[in-house]
Design a protein around this ligand. Structure first.
Ligand code: PXL
Length: 269
């Protein structure tokens, strides 16, 4: 059985995030990867030098080509840039009855460049979070989406509940941006209970593309038929290995190592 996965996201010319991170992750986890490109970024480890959105007609055509012939078992969204693209993607996900939708609500790149227009946040809630099987915000993204200040564990739980109320069936608030110096704890809420996924915090600057990679790993595991909990567990191991075994390329904030999980396993000293 070939499990098919799709990423609807932006291109990162530097290869660490976006479409490139997603396809590498799909390949490493043994699923067939497809892509719909929503924007092209000119980018390297030093930052984002340009952002060029793709016309919405092109996004629609790409999705229709896949829907007509290669319907995915699971899909994810990443950088979508505009309200117009978000609305179209949401409508087409619905029209094709694509259920296993992982929404990574990408807003800004690590250096601060906007990957989502400010006025598109409402569209993200209305058209995508409402249809998400899993939504994977980091803490700053969860704050923007819920208008809550997130500092404590209780705050995180409240934000997760709020995102669940918006229609997401499973909410993962990632802990990478928390103030916890020892651990990165991801919190899952499935509408009934909370579950924590904990890994040691790794002292590194080379975390470009971590959010994309994590969400892509969740998507790959869902496509294979794993439960949300199991998919997140594997994704956490995958991204921890990718951060730990850094590549040391470029002179800025480098990408993670997409080979690491398969090549070196999950050991973190
Ligand atoms: O990690 C967020 C992200 C998503 N998509 C693209 C990006 C980035 C971060 O830089 O470049 C295309």
């Amino acid at each position: 059985m070939v499990y098919k996965t799709l990423t609807i996201a932006g291109s990162d010319s530097g290869g660490g995030a976006g479409i490139q991170a997603d396809l590498k992750t799909f390949q490493e986890l043994g699923v067939y990867g497809m892509s719909v490109i929503t924007a092209v970024t000119a980018q390297n480890t030093l930052g984002v030098q340009g952002v060029y959105p793709i016309p919405v007609e092109s996004v629609e055509k790409q999705i229709n080509s896949i829907a007509d012939d290669l319907s995915p078992h699971a899909l994810k969204t990443g950088m979508l840039f505009s309200a117009e693209i978000i609305k179209k993607v949401g409508e087409l996900v619905e029209a094709n009855s694509w259920i296993q939708l992982v929404v990574d609500p990408v807003m800004v790149a690590k250096g601060g460049s906007r990957l989502l227009q400010e006025e598109a946040v409402e569209a993200m809630k209305e058209h995508l979070i409402s249809r998400a099987y899993v939504v994977t915000p980091n803490i700053p993204e969860a704050e923007v989406l819920t208008s809550l200040d997130i500092r404590t564990e209780e705050d995180r739980k409240a934000a997760a509940k709020e995102l669940y109320q918006m229609g997401a069936m499973n909410v993962v608030i990632k802990g990478g941006h928390s103030e916890d110096e020892s651990y990165a704890v991801d919190l899952l809420y499935d509408g009934q209970e909370f579950h924590e996924f904990k890994s040691p915090r790794i002292d590194t600057d080379h975390t470009h593309g971590t959010g994309c990679t994590f969400a892509a790993a969740v998507t790959a595991e869902l496509a294979k038929g794993h439960s949300v909990k199991d998919a997140i567990h594997t994704a956490k191991l995958f991204i921890t290995a990718a951060i730990y075994n850094e590549l040391k390329i470029g002179s800025g904030k480098g990408p993670t190592n997409h080979w690491a999980y398969k090549q070196f396993g999950v050991e973190v000293k």
